[in-house]
Design a binder for this molecule. Structure first.
Ligand SMILES: *[C@@H]1O[C@H](CO)[C@@H](O)[C@H](O)[C@H]1NC(C)=O
Ligand SMILES: *[C@@H]1O[C@H](CO)[C@@H](O)[C@H](O)[C@H]1NC(C)=O
Ligand SMILES: *[C@@H]1O[C@H](CO)[C@@H](O)[C@H](O)[C@H]1NC(C)=O
Ligand SMILES: *[C@@H]1O[C@H](CO)[C@@H](O)[C@H](O)[C@H]1NC(C)=O
Ligand SMILES: *[C@@H]1O[C@H](CO)[C@@H](O)[C@H](O)[C@H]1NC(C)=O
Ligand SMILES: *[C@@H]1O[C@H](CO)[C@@H](O)[C@H](O)[C@H]1NC(C)=O
Length: 404
């Protein structure tokens, strides 16, 4: 009897062992940064500790890893988290990551940079505090060639199948989140904040990216809420609040030779509140590249006191004169744009500016139910301006359209 009971126990224990051993990929191994030597005193630079934790988590063969930043203020110099990693990695930030206030203490383009990673997930109730206030007055590169280089808050390059959830980014020095060659990436529940007069503090900036989704996100900064640059395709934006800031901006495009098409953008259920621009596409007046901007849908968009609610500007030239070898009209072709149910108020009389290229007129611009009133004092009716546009309209039309 005793031996049977013993065999039974051994069997149970082995089954338990097999059961436990077969599930290491289900529960990730947690690396709590504080238990691994980081100091939440707001002073000690934790950069080395963070990178060494990252490299252990990234190399782990036996399952996924979770790097956990508990509540507390973790001062962090510039860090780079580089893959490829063996397994998925979660980064859960419940505390505050505090950037150096002095911009020259970050010796790289981006304060926290992720490269060559698949299956990365960043989440938590915490904050990335870029401490930009001290840097903003130094941002004078338009007139000073020796201006200091200011870092972006968080960057992703060559990152796939990944996401950011819930965290807050505060007072970046330059842009908050920067994406280059990133594919299948979701951003949701994120809050991005910097004051309306802080220079170049773009919320989310991307180039050469595809299949990104941005949803339920609140962005208020001194520059573009979202900036969409060359080579971006299949981008979906929904339930975003933007303001203060410069709106959701495609471009500027066309300035450089090697630019790529921007295709398949949807922007739905977005509120622009007190922004300088809302829906914006800008291409350089004289452009080197001949590219396509196409298949865009903007739907259910509210404008609250927006400077230029709808603004296609193919004569973009912020610091004239805009000299280029291929002088003249923009060579960027804009086509297949649908604007549906766009309503609210415009600060300026021109609520809709469709200023397209003479050499490559806009094609198939579809306007459906536009109702944007001017809230200027002098005259309550808003107007539309059209140049070189071909399209169609239906439904309510305020301002009165000016299509051919
Ligand atoms: C990422 O996830 C995909 C799909 O689940 C999987 O095929 C791939 O092996 C994963 N890669 C890493 C590095 O975790
Ligand atoms: C990421 O996705 C792109 C496009 O799907 C692909 O070309 C690239 O090889 C992927 N990178 C990695 C590291 O898996
Ligand atoms: C992104 O969200 C979509 C649903 O909106 C989901 O199907 C997809 O798996 C998510 N991708 C990542 C990488 O989180
Ligand atoms: C457009 O992008 C969406 C994602 O935003 C994707 O689901 C859809 O397949 C894309 N359409 C085309 C024609 O590529
Ligand atoms: C728009 O912004 C103003 C001023 O910041 C704020 O009071 C108002 O609640 C905002 N409206 C919406 C709908 O978010
Ligand atoms: C208001 O604007 C409309 C259309 O632009 C114009 O016809 C009208 O004369 C203007 N009224 C005033 C008082 O300026």
């Amino acid at each position: 009897m005793a031996s049977i009971a013993f065999v039974f126990k051994v069997l149970c224990v082995s089954f338990l062992f097999i059961f436990v051993a077969s599930r290491p990929t289900i529960r990730p191994k947690t690396f709590n940064v504080q238990r691994h030597g980081s100091k939440p005193d707001g002073k000690t630079d934790n950069a080395n500790v963070f990178t060494s934790i990252w490299s252990r988590a990234c190399k782990r063969k036996s399952g996924s890893s979770k790097i956990y930043v508990p509540k507390g203020i973790f001062y962090l110099g510039g860090v780079e988290f580089v893959g490829p990693c063996k397994n998925p990695i979660e980064f859960v930030i419940d505390g505050t990551l505090l950037a150096p206030a002095n911009p020259s203490d970050i010796k790289q383009d981006t304060w926290i940079n992720f490269r060559y990673i698949n299956n990365l997930s960043i989440s938590g109730s915490g904050t990335l505090d870029g401490q930009g206030k001290q840097s903003w007055p130094l941002n004078d590169c338009h007139k000073n060639l020796n201006c200091p280089k200011l870092a972006m808050t968080m960057g992703f390059a060559f990152v796939n199948n990944s996401n950011i959830k819930d965290i807050t980014s505060l007072n970046s020095k330059m842009g908050h989140f920067n994406f280059f060659s990133v594919h299948h990436f979701n951003i949701t529940g994120v809050t991005i904040t910097a004051s309306g007069d802080s220079p170049n503090t773009d919320g989310i900036k991307m180039g050469s990216c595809s299949n990104m989704h941005i949803s339920n996100t609140n962005i208020g900064t001194g520059d573009d809420c979202i900036a969409i640059l060359s080579g971006t395709t299949n981008l979906d934006i929904s339930n975003v609040k933007c303001g203060p800031g410069h709106g959701i901006s495609v471009g500027s495009l066309g300035k450089n030779k090697d630019e790529k098409d921007v295709k398949n953008l949807t922007v739905r259920d977005v509120i622009f509140n007190g922004t300088s621009d809302g829906i914006r596409i800008k291409t350089w007046e004289s452009s080197a590249s001949k590219i396509l901007v196409s298949n865009f849908v903007y739907e259910n968009i509210q404008m609250i006191d927006v400077g230029k609610p709808i603004n296609i500007d193919q004569k973009y030239c912020p610091h004239p004169p805009c000299e280029h070898e291929q002088k003249g009209e923009s060579h960027v072709q804009i086509q297949d744009l649908k604007l549906k149910n766009i309503y609210g108020t415009s600060k300026n009389k021109v609520a809709m500016n469709l200023q397209c290229s003479k050499s490559f007129p806009c094609k198939n611009i579809e306007l459906i139910d536009i109702n944007i009133k001017s809230n200027g004092l002098e005259n309550s009716s808003s107007i539309a301006v059209c140049e070189n546009v071909d399209g169609s309209m239906s439904g309510k039309m305020v301002p009165q359209h000016c299509l051919n």
